[in-house]
Structure formats: C-alpha cells, structure tokens
Design a protein around this ligand. Structure first.
Ligand SMILES: [Zn+2]
Length: 319
C-alpha cells in the first residue's frame, strides 16, 4: 500500500494491462504509485504468470522452465502490486493464459500461450472495462515496448477491447531513449554486469513521446520497492538481498538526480531507474510487419509524437 498524500485523483480510475509479472513495476511502477498516492483507483491486469522467465539466484533456479515458476511469480506480483498501491487481478484467471516465450520456442505452440489467445484476452479485458469504467488505460505500443510476442499480444488485445467498449483515452508505455542513455552514462556496472549495446538499447527504447511523467521521491521509492519484490527477475544494484537472491550487487550511481539506482535482468545488462516515466498517446492497434521488422521498428520508435507541456496529469486524464 502506498501512503495517501492527497486526494487530487480521487474518483479517477486507471486500468493498466501488462503481459508478465514485473512489467508493471519496470514500465509503469512510478506512474501507478503516483496515481494511487493521490487517491486514484488503479486496477492492474496481468495476462500471464511469466512461466518462461529465467531465474536469478541459485536457490530457486530449478523452477526455470517449469510451470511452478508461474506460481512463485504470483507472490512476487502480489508483493509488487502492494508496494505501488495497485489492485492486482489476472486477465482471465491465474495461469489460464500462458507465457508464449520467444518466437520459435516450444512455448509458442502451447494452445494456452497468450499469442494463440489474443481474442480471448481481448474479451477478458472488455469485461474489466465494462465493470471498471476507467478514465485512462495504459498498455504497450505496437512493438510491445521491445518486441516480446506477449507484449505485442497485450497491445492488440487491449486496443481491440477498448475499441469494442468505446474507450478512447489509451496510453502506451515506453522507455525514452535519450533519458535512458543519459542516465546510463552516469552508472558504473556492478561486478559481473555489462553495459548494453546500442542495438539492445534501440530495441528497448523509443525516441518519441507525448507525456513525460516526473516521479516524486515517494513514487520513485515505491517503484524501487516494487522492483525489489521480483528477485527472480530483477537484480537491484543497490545491495538489496533477498531469500531468493542473497548475493548483493553494487552498481555505482554517480548522479542520483538522473539515476538513483540501477538494475540488471537475468542478462546481467545494467539499466538505470530514472526519475520519470514516458507515454505515447495510442494511435490504435497495429502490428509490426515481419517483412521489414527493422524499418518498422524504426518507424514505431520515432513516429510523430511531440512532447506535451502544461499539466501532464491533466493531459493524461484528458480524452
Ligand atoms: Zn514482459
């Protein structure tokens, strides 16, 4: 639970739709915390349990490649949702839709894989839209943020459901390229970690954005606490240890005003946590074209979004 700071957003409802446990904090943890701290009701829908995730830390490494990992990650998701003040529900039911893994992996062929159930997922989201009647919806853009098939499926399902329900105030969460590069330059990777390549960062980031949501210290703290709740997936570089991963990592953050903390996923590539989150206004459903993925990704990442000034939160709720 986040602490209530004001009632500025009392009566406002925001639906956030993600693919796997940990996406909610890595992409949108600060935004959700900022909203709930000021009284908004945030409903988080998670489509899968992230059964295909790799596991950081030796103790639970054996869960890798097993559906049991999904059960383990339910608890991580619950802890993270509590840290950022969101109500957490599973898109259909826990474990009903399965992590699709990467293209051409066996997980992709599973009939329960999210990529094979996009219409069912859209139907599930539509039911939540009818009950919850959100003032704003947050999900991924057409490339799913970084091309993961489940993220793209969530984009398609959410856009489809919103269209059917007549919901138009939809936002896409992105990592903003310049901000990530600038912050990364101020971080020294922990022992055993590496700096990501430009190719990796270009895939993960978008140059263009519409809204920059600055995070208060309180929201940032809640986001970091939420990330710390996913120790099988994220290794925080601030010395955090858990029963899951008792090995501390120290990434030195030379300019906390830009990047107070850094982390790594199971790939051991250092990434900064920054003091803002970025959104693009939805342009409706679209699918990256397989034929020319690189050109299409470039188009998606630099499309004609222009930063909006003024009261960004007013803009956020403005249909
Ligand atoms: Zn994900």
């Amino acid at each position: 639970m986040t602490n209530r700071i004001s009632s500025k957003f009392a009566g406002k409802r925001v639906l956030v739709v993600h693919a796997h446990p940990d996406d909610e904090v890595l992409f949108t943890g600060g935004t959700i915390a900022e909203l709930t701290m000021h009284g908004a009701d945030v409903l988080l829908l998670t489509a899968t349990l992230g059964e295909e995730g790799e596991v950081i830390g030796k103790r639970f490494k054996a869960l890798e490649g097993s559906d049991l990992l999904g059960g383990f990650r339910i608890r991580e998701l619950q802890d993270a949702a509590r840290a950022i003040g969101a109500r957490s529900e599973h898109l259909i039911a826990p474990g009903h839709l399965r992590d699709s893994g990467m293209v051409s992996s066996p997980a992709h062929e599973n009939p329960r894989a999210l990529v094979n159930c996009v219409d069912e997922a859209a139907g599930g989201i539509e039911k939540h839209l009818a009950r919850f009647k959100p003032h704003a919806v947050i999900t991924y853009g057409p490339d799913g943020g970084y091309g993961h098939p489940d993220h793209i499926a969530v984009h398609q399902a959410t856009e489809r459901a919103c269209k059917a329900a007549g919901v138009t105030n939809i936002w896409w969460t992105i990592y903003q390229r310049e901000a990530i590069y600038q912050a990364l330059d101020t971080v020294t990777a922990a022992d055993g970690w590496h700096t990501p390549s430009d190719d990796y960062l270009h895939n993960f980031t978008n140059a263009a954005y519409d809204l920059k949501l600055p995070l208060s210290d309180a929201a940032l703290g809640a986001k970091i606490a939420g990330i710390a709740a996913h120790p099988t997936q994220v290794w925080l570089g601030n010395g955090t240890v858990t029963e899951t991963n008792p090995v501390p990592a120290w990434a030195i953050c030379h300019e906390p005003a830009l990047a107070p903390v850094a982390y790594a996923l199971s790939n051991n590539l250092v990434m900064p946590i920054i003091r803002a989150e970025y959104l693009q206004r939805s342009r409706g459903e679209s699918t990256p074209l397989d034929a020319d993925l690189a050109a299409d990704a470039a188009r998606l990442h630099t499309a004609d979004h222009k930063p909006l000034n003024g009261d960004v939160w007013e803009e956020f709720f403005n249909e």
